[in-house]
Design a protein around this ligand. Structure first.
Ligand code: AMP
Length: 197
């Protein structure tokens, strides 16, 4: 079972790319942002707790996000899949360490962390065009600030662990997708056991 973490600023395309990669390789795409947005839409207890923070561009509490990921990773479709693509988690060092602990209980570890590198100006433009409810200029600034202070340190952490792969995230969806596929197939081909679907 392979576990890929997608890092990269909001608007770097990690949601789009991780969904495409999951589809290509028959893996499960686990997006904490999507799970939290579903909880908000369903007006669940968890959604109500998360909503205000999401709309202010702040991170939701670690207890909530670690809890939903731990639960998701236990589900049957995930357990039976050849790989998992984590999109938007971990977002800080505490979450990264929690993920390591969750996986180590099952004798597993992260296979690779992929950092989609896109300049701030480009992601801001992309986010403004996307127009999600948290894609206003003020909330984007706050979310990008959270990325710099909380998530950026993960890049060094995964680099030190020898798990970091940096990918140029500029260009079209197809161009970036091809780079990721190339990276997966050339660099990780030895550990890849998934058949292409
Ligand atoms: P995303 O779709 O990944 O950009 O996430 C949208 C929002 O959900 C973020 O701005 C956070 O408020 C929240 N969120 C998603 N993933 C996490 C996480 N791992 N930790 C904390 N908050 C998160």
């Amino acid at each position: 079972m392979l576990y890929f973490v997608f890092l990269g600023r909001q608007g770097s395309g990690k949601g789009t790319q991780s969904a495409l990669i999951a589809q290509k390789y028959g893996c499960v795409h686990v997006s904490t942002g999507d799970m939290l947005r579903s909880a908000v839409a369903a007006r669940s207890e968890l959604g109500l707790q998360a909503e205000a923070l999401m709309l202010s561009g702040k991170l939701v509490s670690d207890d909530i996000t670690i809890g939903i990921v731990a639960e998701r990773l236990q589900e049957e479709d995930v357990i039976n899949s050849p790989g998992v693509l984590l999109d938007g988690f971990p977002r800080n060092l505490k979450q990264a360490k929690a993920l390591e602990t969750i996986l180590s209980v099952h004798d597993k570890r992260i296979t690779a962390a992929l950092d989609l590198e896109v300049p701030v100006e480009t992601v801001t433009e992309r986010l403004l065009q996307r127009g999600r409810s948290d894609d206003t200029e003020r909330i984007i600034d706050q979310r990008l600030a959270e990325y710099e202070t909380q998530t950026l340190p993960l890049i060094d952490w995964y680099r030190q662990e020898g798990l970091l792969f940096t990918i140029n995230g500029s260009g079209t969806v197809e161009e970036v997708f091809d780079r990721i596929v190339q990276m997966i197939e050339s660099t990780l081909s030895k550990s890849l056991s998934w058949a292409e679907v």
